[in-house]
Design a protein around this ligand. Structure first.
Ligand code: C2O
Length: 527
């Protein structure tokens, strides 16, 4: 194991990843941002220099942050944000984690503006079950993309006029590249020039592990490669019994590894990331099929002529492999390579209803989890408040205490009325016990009792439910939220205060406490 140190400078910049120039926020002037690629067991240190004129913070999506909970990066929960013009150092161990993860800003909606990157934790060869299953690996980073900065989009979204309709992306990117048709640019005077799509170079007759990551603000994708199948071996850091598919639905926050065997004719093939417009408000100038190239060596550079399995006959047609309910890849078919029994017995059961409504006063539509819309702006984070063992939390902070080590928590995410939501839990990989349409009925709805899938982000289908379980064993403050970034702002967030006494005994590093020593700045509530 080694200590790996990364130096990051966060700055404003401009970028035209799909040909349309817009303001962005970048780490080290890169989009997607710098990779963190380490071996399991390595210790990761990230020195952040915040050169913005607003605060920032970073979250390590997929890391369980065991023993390092104050570096999880959620303002109001684990830290005070890093003030403009200052430095802050994050550090975390990777003993318990392998696989494909990602990092992103967790302050306001900054990640939509460009603050995202890949985290790869490699298994040491001696224990890697897939060491001989592939020859090389490539990242496939998917995202929806907007032609405006997030600020104005957010202002519009959080106003009565939006009636709760999320901003619709203008295009999509693969590995930070896309190709937008400039004649569709709105407003027409936005600078736009032809740009190149992502190309992944391959050799014939080899096996490539594609690490597919959805970093979207909102959009789910259906990912496929023309003329090839994909052998899925990992979901959110959990190795799987290999499972062969034509295409992979992947929601915001989720990751899959899939092996692509380049055993077809030497040619170029489209990678397709079809945006799940079925599950979003319709876009006016959006081409929902985001393309990139798999380019075999020797095939030349002419664009592919391959066709997908699904050929739409009108722009409104959605791939039936995707459209029905916006669900995850076959829950009952995916099983971890290393089996674990279903977590039982259940000690804490939370039935969490997802809903949207206006409170009648300001006419703004907000999201509610059990009738609480999260207000994420108390200045002192829960982890600091918890140092005082008489701490009291406001209803809007939506804190659930988990006091007993070893207890099993079940969360029923009940979404019988709404569109789909990818829910992410910080600090844990959970078992996905059930997922389906309609309402979950204890004892009646079939559950996945045999070696259930373990992951950290699961879709709650449109008009459906998802049931997850995890064990109380990681002292910290862990967010549970919809990974549609707009829905974080609108209130679909809650937090678990896990093992508060153990957490208090751990104390808090001096430089983390120091972030909170200044009085609450404008926009934050003193608490
Ligand atoms: Cu990737 Cu709290 O999120």
């Amino acid at each position: 194991p080694r200590n790996r140190i990364f130096f990051w400078k966060v700055t404003y910049s401009t970028l035209a990843p799909d040909g349309v120039t817009r303001p962005v926020i970048l780490v080290n002037e890169k989009y997607p941002g710098p990779k963190i690629e380490v071996n399991r067991g390595d210790y990761v240190t990230v020195v952040v220099e915040n050169a913005l004129d607003v605060p920032t913070s970073f979250h390590w999506h997929g890391m369980t942050m065991r023993d390092d909970p104050w570096y999880d990066g959620v303002p109001g929960m684990n830290q005070c944000p890093i003030p403009a013009g200052t430095n802050f150092t994050y550090a975390f161990g990777t003993d318990n984690i392998v696989g494909t993860h990602w990092w992103h800003a967790h302050f306001e909606n900054q990640y939509i503006d460009g603050l995202v990157g890949v985290i790869t934790i490699r298994e040491p060869p001696a224990t890697d079950p897939f060491l001989h299953a592939y020859d090389e690996e490539r990242n496939v980073i998917l995202t929806d993309w907007y032609h405006q900065a997030t600020g104005p989009l957010l202002q519009k979204y959080m106003s009565p006029a939006s009636r709760g309709m999320e901003p619709v992306p203008n295009s999509g990117l693969i590995n930070g590249k896309g190709s937008f048709n400039c004649s569709n640019v709105i407003p027409a005077d936005l600078p736009c020039a032809p740009s190149e799509r992502a190309v992944i170079h391959v050799l014939a007759n080899r096996r490539y592990r594609l690490r597919i990551i959805n970093t979207s603000a909102a959009a789910p994708f259906l990912f496929s490669v023309d003329g090839h199948q994909l052998l899925v071996i990992e979901a959110d850091g959990t190795y799987l019994n290999p499972y062969l598919v034509d295409s992979i639905p992947i929601n915001s926050g989720q990751r899959y590894s899939a092996i692509l065997v380049t055993n077809q004719d030497v040619a170029n093939y489209w990678m397709r990331a079809e945006m799940g417009t079925e599950c979003m408000p319709p876009g006016t100038n959006l081409d929902p099929v985001v393309l990139g190239e798999i380019r075999y060596q020797g095939a030349g550079i002419a664009p592919p002529t391959s066709v997908g399995r699904f050929v739409p006959t009108s722009p409104k047609d959605v791939n039936p492999a995707f459209s029905a309910a916006c669900q995850d890849l076959d829950l009952f078919a995916l099983h971890p390579l290393k089996p674990e029994p279903i977590l039982e017995p259940i000690s804490n059961n939370y039935d969490i209803k997802i809903s949207f409504k206006t409170d009648g006063q300001d006419h703004i539509v907000r999201g509610y989890l059990n009738d609480i819309t999260f207000d994420g702006n108390p200045w002192n984070p829960t982890i600091v408040q918890n140092l005082n063992d008489a701490a009291e939390y406001s209803v809007q902070e939506h804190v659930m205490r988990l006091d007993r080590r070893g207890a099993v928590v079940q969360i029923i995410l009940d979404n019988s009325r709404g569109g789909e939501h990818p829910f992410h839990l910080h600090g844990h990989t959970f078992q996905v016990v059930a997922q389906g349409l309609g309402v979950y009925e204890e004892g009646k709805t079939p559950i996945n009792t045999i070696n259930p899938l373990r992951r950290d982000t699961a879709t709650v289908p449109k008009h459906g439910f998802t049931v997850i379980r995890f064990k109380v064993d990681n002292p910290g403050v862990w967010a549970l939220h919809c990974h549609i970034e707009w829905h974080v702002t609108t209130g679909l967030v809650m937090q678990f205060l896990e093992l508060p006494d153990e957490l208090r005994a751990m104390g808090i590093p001096k430089h983390v406490a120091k972030l909170c020593e200044t009085p609450a700045p404008a926009g934050f509530k003193a608490n």
